[in-house]
Design a protein around this ligand. Structure first.
Ligand SMILES: [Zn+2]
Length: 291
């Protein structure tokens, strides 16, 4: 297990929590964590505020916002590349697809702070205490209040995740009578390109098979605890349905692993003005980029 730094976003705006894996032509690769933002103009802010686009293409929208917000990752230009492609949302700069999905969320918040400052007024949150049920209004200071789990400098996060599930995937082959239990799953961390590819399956309130499809795309291998590998060609055929068949405790374990990926932590806890109980809520990107 890693010892992640837990720091305010204001102290690490220009360092991605994980970083982008950049492959060179000679097959070597390195991790780029530096990000430089740019100031948005009014026309760009209008495009970002296109609610219909954000609803219909939530992940392409994130890619577009990042293409406007980011001048460069290290020495690799982003905005200029997007300009060269005629600001076409279907031709996002290649590097944008390679951003770890969890880093892309960080960039939205950090890029907002760079452009609009740290304060967000009038965040309305309803109290969960059913006897109270009132709405409180808060002013947030993103730079200081939002925390980031980030990898310490000079350390690279291992992008291959391995998990042994409590139950696992049960499979009976035609040659054997007893089912084999495949419990050891290895996958790479999801990148924004994975989410864009599967975004038509995403619905805000009903996740459908979106997550299972991403898991399937990111799966590197599935094995029994004895090291018997599930045949890769069959894995490709089964795809997301393997994940849809997992039991609840297995899903919870997968979720735990995903929560161990370095990321921005958008959960805040405030005190209800009416009943003084704690209210926890997630700061939504809906509050970002005011017109
Ligand atoms: Zn209350």
């Amino acid at each position: 297990m890693y010892n992640f730094n837990h720091v305010s976003i204001g102290s690490c705006l220009n360092t991605l929590p994980i970083g982008i894996e950049i492959s060179n032509q000679d097959k070597t690769s390195y991790i780029e964590r530096r990000v430089t933002y740019r100031k948005l103009n009014r026309e760009e802010i209008k495009k970002i505020k296109d609610r219909k686009l954000a609803a219909n293409h939530p992940f392409k929208w994130i890619g577009m916002v990042i293409s406007y917000l980011v001048d460069s990752f290290g020495d690799i230009p982003v905005y200029d590349e997007y300009a060269k492609n005629g600001f076409d949302i279907n031709k996002l700069p290649e590097i944008v697809s390679e951003i770890p999905a969890s880093d892309s969320n960080f960039i939205l918040f950090a890029g907002h702070i760079f452009n609009f400052g740290s304060k967000i007024k009038d965040v309305k949150v309803k109290c969960r205490n059913t006897l109270c049920d009132r709405e409180s209004t808060f002013e947030l200071d993103l730079s200081n209040e939002l925390m980031v789990f980030t990898v310490p400098d000079k350390l690279d996060f291992n992008r291959i995740l391995e998990v042994t599930l409590p139950t696992g995937y049960k499979f009976v082959s035609s040659e054997e009578s007893d089912p084999s239990l495949y419990r050891v799953f290895k996958f790479r961390i999801p990148v924004l390109g994975d989410a864009i590819k599967q975004e038509r399956w995403y619905q805000p309130n009903d996740q459908g098979s979106f997550h299972e499809r991403i898991y399937a795309d990111c799966t590197l291998s599935v094995e029994t605890t004895d090291g018997l590998e599930f045949p890769p060609e069959r894995l490709a055929l089964i795809g997301p349905s393997m994940y849809l068949k997992l039991e609840a405790d297995d899903n919870a374990e997968l979720e735990n692993i995903m929560n161990e990926i370095p990321r921005i932590d958008t959960r805040l806890t405030k005190i209800c003005w009416n009943c003084s109980e704690d209210i926890s809520f997630f700061v939504s990107t809906i509050y970002l980029f005011p017109s």
